[in-house]
Design a protein. Structure first.
Length: 215
């Protein structure tokens, strides 16, 4: 009998504790966490200059493109130069020997000179226009990639203004060399756009020295 009373008493005590817990005031809600605000990014203040044309032609891609242009157009340029020299020789011939030539010979030589001069002029103009068009395409293609490098560099280094001093009409009258970023941009360009180099040709082993027999 005593054992049963003890169990009931313990059970009653547990129920009373549970009821007290339910009627007690709920704990206060935790205070909202304070999120620190990021410090404002300082506005860029640096100035810089760049020689865009030099930068493009100093990159590995620019040097390769220039070499390809030279290889492509040098034979035509040599042909134009030869025709120019031939016309000069004809003019010298007319001046030096015109007095001893017949009228028909002088007239023919003069017609040949006039016709050759006009033809050469047209060919030279076409040649120059084609070369300039090819150079412009290179400058445009490489220039777009260069501008992407330049913009990223400026953002990363707090540069507010970059002035191109390639043009002789640039409004910049003087700038300290320390703000010229041409070399830095060329280096970053070559890292972003590496140019594959052709493997070097194998060198022939040195010739073996002749063997002399002992007498």
């Amino acid at each position: 009998m005593t054992k049963n009373i003890v169990v009931v008493a313990v059970l009653a005590s547990g129920i009373a504790g549970l009821a007290h817990a339910q009627t007690a005031a709920p704990p206060a809600a935790p205070a909202p966490a304070v999120i620190p605000t990021a410090a404002p990014t300082p506005a860029p203040t640096r100035l810089a200059t760049i020689h865009v044309q030099n930068a493009i032609m100093s990159t590995k891609e620019g040097q390769k493109a220039a070499q390809e242009l030279q290889t492509k157009y040098t034979p035509r340029k040599q042909g134009i130069d030869k025709r120019q020299a031939d016309l000069q020789n004809m003019q010298n011939q007319l001046r030096s020997g015109g007095a001893t030539m017949s009228q028909a010979a002088r007239d023919k030589l003069q017609r040949d000179i006039d016709s050759g001069t006009k033809s050469l002029q047209r060919e030279n103009e076409d040649f120059q226009a084609e070369v300039q068009d090819a150079e412009g395409k290179i400058m445009n293609d490489l220039g777009q990639k260069l501008m992407a490098i330049l913009e990223r560099y400026a953002n990363q280094n707090g540069i507010a203004l970059v002035v191109d001093v390639s043009n002789a009409q640039s409004p910049v009258l003087w700038a300290d060399a320390s703000i010229d970023i041409t070399n830095e941009i060329v280096k970053l360009y070559d890292q972003a756009h590496p140019v594959a180099t052709a493997p070097a040709a194998p060198t022939a082993p040195p010739a073996a020295a002749p063997v002399t027999k002992k007498q």
